[in-house]
Design a binder for this molecule. Structure first.
Ligand SMILES: C[S@@+](CC[C@H](N)C(=O)[O-])C[C@H]1O[C@@H](n2cnc3c(N)ncnc32)[C@H](O)[C@@H]1O
Length: 289
């Protein structure tokens, strides 16, 4: 982590947690994970300074490898939500987030999210906020042709995920999903958004506008599903609170007011039917129009 954050702040937090801990095994798990985190050279540079005058070049990769360049206005907060996903960070993402943090910190082992993925994914699918492409790689698509599109603001994520699932020949779209999405594509039968909302700036109701922005990309009978880390209305362990505090301070997360209630309200208003389950501080959802 950035100098001055680890070992400084985090060690202080560990020491405080240890002296107050009722359950020292939880503390030991968290501290053990943080040592792995440190040793694999995880360097958080959320405000990487890649934005100039609020503007950034964006390539829109279209079928047939044609690339259209567009200029998007990106706020500093939006930039911060995706800036962490550099190539080195993506190499440890699966180990740190999907391996360690999901199980020991957020208390939602990754198989819960993969089960939701397998339940709803179709062979005509759009994944938004792709990260390393783990779920697309591990999920079961059934037989027949598979059409996959990847959508993300970060080129490293798009490239990493596309490489991982190159067997499906995915199409990449570099897009800020907080803005209106104007791409030339047929609609999809399923859309996934995993661990995206807690990276986006604003309160949860403002961020859920993403669901409106992608509406026109989902077929009438299609399903939209995903997961997000919340801070209110869910079970948040002390180690989760400590790590979220740091991530929110760095701008990697922006979920300090994200509540289960707000998620339920939005899905109720927007969809004819939906389901939400929680595991630790993670809400896993699915909805149909
Ligand atoms: C925590 S990763 C999630 C990766 C993967 N879905 C998973 O669950 O493991 C969040 C992803 O969302 C992307 N992202 C963040 N802000 C975005 C935005 N405004 N528009 C599009 N993608 C964004 C990041 O670049 C990153 O790839």
């Amino acid at each position: 982590m950035e100098n001055g954050c680890f070992p400084g702040t985090l060690i202080k937090q560990f020491a405080k947690d240890f002296t107050q801990a009722q359950d020292r095994s939880e503390w030991a798990e968290f501290a053990g994970g943080a040592i792995i985190f440190y040793n694999v050279g995880f360097r958080i540079k959320a405000d990487g300074g890649r934005i100039q005058n609020g503007r950034q070049r964006h390539a829109l990769n279209e079928p047939g490898h044609k690339t259209k360049e567009v200029i998007l206005e990106i706020s500093r907060a939006v930039e911060r939500g995706q800036a962490i996903y550099s190539k080195p960070i993506l190499t440890v993402y699966d180990l740190w987030v999907l391996g360690f943090s999901n199980k020991f910190i957020w208390k939602c082992p990754t198989y819960n999210i993969l089960n939701n993925f397998n339940e709803h994914v179709s062979s005509n699918h759009l994944d938004i906020g792709v990260g390393t492409g783990y779920f697309l790689d591990k999920c079961q698509f059934g037989t027949g042709n598979v059409n996959i599109a990847l959508m993300d603001l970060n080129q490293n994520s798009l490239d990493e995920a596309a490489k991982r699932i190159e067997r499906y020949n995915p199409v990449k779209y570099k897009v800020n999903v907080l803005e209106k999405i104007n791409i030339d594509t047929d609609r999809f039968d399923s859309i996934s958004l995993n661990y995206l909302f807690h990276c986006l700036p604003g309160n949860l109701t403002e961020k859920l506008i993403v669901l409106d922005n992608v509406d026109h990309l989902l077929n009438e009978s299609g399903v939209i599903f995903g997961s997000t880390i919340l801070t209110s209305g869910v079970n948040t362990s002390r180690s989760a609170k400590a790590l979220m505090r740091i991530y929110n301070k760095k701008g990697i997360f922006d979920n300090s007011t994200d509540s289960l209630d707000d998620l339920k309200k939005y899905l109720t208003k927007k969809y004819s039917s939906f389901s939400i389950t929680t595991h630790g501080c993670v809400a896993i959802f699915s909805a149909i129009k």
